[in-house]
Design a protein. Structure first.
Length: 473
């Protein structure tokens, strides 16, 4: 079992703890704050409800979390040491000196710094690599990495294994790429506030209702490439390049953050979002990010491609009571209704993906479908037996009731984490030629695998649980 040491358990440190834990690492935290366990626990609650919901495969079994009384206890035996203390260089150097006393051979210190160069952090000899994440660390995949090439390579490999996207900087610069870009937008926003041009809410609306949605999937340059039409980027620059000379922005100047401007920002922000607690805003943010990341995952765009690649390496399969596990899923917020329950359409989707899992078991996989054959659903019957809520882990086992000639009849049991059957889904499918759109017999390997499962499952009872319980309250 791999082990991560988290030095500093604030917002970023807590996010790192969640990212590692939910990817199967043991995590040891050192933070002298007496509230550290509570704060990290609340971050973990959010992470458990959101990160697994991005994937259609289960994450590894969660690692073990421990809180240590000393830095040495946390660091000893760690395979990864993440420093997330305050942005004061002298403090970081003192922390590195302490970490180095217990650091295992070959292990380096990964710093969450938002702006210090790796050469500054390593100036006193500690093996430090900049590994700068974005909040929330457990959902956003980008890591900006900078430092000694060999250590950067090691950091990138581990980052990829926990579902992150390492961006190794070719040139060492203060504040890296992402923060410099954010700083430019932040600076212009402050001028608009100071000059009375826009409020905090109007500025946020301009981003979230417009270009922010484009940036989430394409970034800056691909967005502008499309804006150039069929002629592409060259045409865009020829059309709009001259506007760079116009005095639109104040990016080279910084407004003074005097008491008046601070009060303006604070008052407008309170009016905009003060009716929500920070935890409520975090949950709203996470729910929105899960929906966006799941959508991007299906197209492979932007951060969705990172999720899809990570998911491809996650384990599938297994058996429960002699029946194959065809699906494991955590219920995302997008599957819930106004009562907080998993809605009817989600049960149908769950059954669809479980059927897909069974098809892959018998060889009717993507390559088989691409060859022109597949199974089409002709009838589905669902029984709702127990309530299911957001964040619950569900497992589906599949019984083959019939598997001969053109027919495939399946009985899915949907199990909660405690083994309770919360739904059963019975579905009938016909094997179909995708060219003629007519039913036909499966290819011999698929037909044989399906018939074998039907024979193996012949003595299993197709039963759910007791009396039906409506899932709406």
């Amino acid at each position: 079992m791999s082990r991560a040491a988290i030095i500093g358990g604030g917002v970023i440190g807590g996010g790192w703890a969640a990212r590692f834990l939910l990817n199967g690492w043991d995590v040891a935290v050192f933070d002298p704050d007496p509230e550290a366990a509570r704060k990290i626990g609340e971050v973990l609650d959010n992470a458990r409800a959101s990160l697994p919901a991005i994937y259609d495969r289960p994450l590894p079994p969660e690692g073990r979390l421990s809180f240590c009384d000393s830095m040495a206890d946390a660091v000893t035996g760690a395979d990864w040491v993440q420093e997330s203390v305050s942005e004061r260089l002298e403090l970081k150097h003192r922390v590195y000196d302490e970490i180095a006393k217990s650091l295992s051979d070959g292990v380096f210190i990964a710093s969450s710094t938002s702006g210090f160069k790796a050469s500054d952090l390593a100036a006193k000899g500690a093996p430090v690599v900049v590994v700068h994440p974005f909040n929330p660390v457990y959902l956003l995949p980008l890591l900006e990495i900078s430092g000694a090439p060999g250590l950067c390579k090691k950091a990138a490999e581990i980052a990829t294994s926990i579902g992150m996207h390492p961006l190794i900087l070719k040139t060492e610069i203060d504040a890296f790429i992402g923060n410099r870009f954010q700083e430019a937008v932040w600076r212009e926003a402050l001028w608009m506030l100071k000059d009375g041009i826009a409020t905090t809410e109007e500025i946020d609306d301009a981003i979230r209702m417009g270009f922010g949605l484009r940036w989430a999937q394409m970034g800056l340059f691909e967005t502008y490439r499309i804006a150039g039409g069929e002629a592409g980027m060259k045409s865009y620059i020829e059309q709009f390049g001259p506007s760079l000379q116009w005095p639109w922005t104040k990016l080279t100047d910084v407004p003074e953050l005097d008491e008046a401007l601070i009060a303006t920002i604070s008052d407008q922000s309170d009016a905009q979002s003060g009716h929500l607690t920070i935890r409520e805003l975090e949950r709203l943010r996470d729910d929105n990010l899960v929906a966006i990341l799941r959508a991007l995952r299906h197209t492979g765009s932007g951060a969705g491609g990172v999720v899809a690649t990570h998911e491809a390496g996650l384990a599938t399969g297994g058996e429960i009571d002699g029946l194959p596990v065809t699906l494991r899923r955590v219920v995302p917020v997008t599957w819930t209704d106004y009562n907080g329950h998993m809605n009817e359409a989600a049960y149908l989707e769950l059954g669809t993906w479980a059927t897909d899992g069974l098809m892959q078991l018998i060889g009717a996989d993507a390559a088989y479908v691409a060859s022109g054959k597949s199974f089409f659903t002709v009838d589905t019957r669902i029984r709702y037996l127990d309530e299911v809520h957001r964040g619950e882990a569900l497992t589906v086992t599949t019984l083959v009731l019939e598997g001969a000639d053109k027919k495939m009849k399946l009985f899915h049991r949907v199990l909660k984490a405690d083994g309770t059957i919360c739904a059963t889904i019975e579905t009938l499918l016909l094997h179909t030629d995708l060219t003629t759109r007519r039913a036909c017999a499966p290819e011999a390997p698929v037909a044989g695998a399906l018939a074998h499962l039907a024979m193996t499952h012949a003595d299993f009872p197709a039963e759910g649980a007791g009396g039906s319980v409506g899932h709406r309250g």
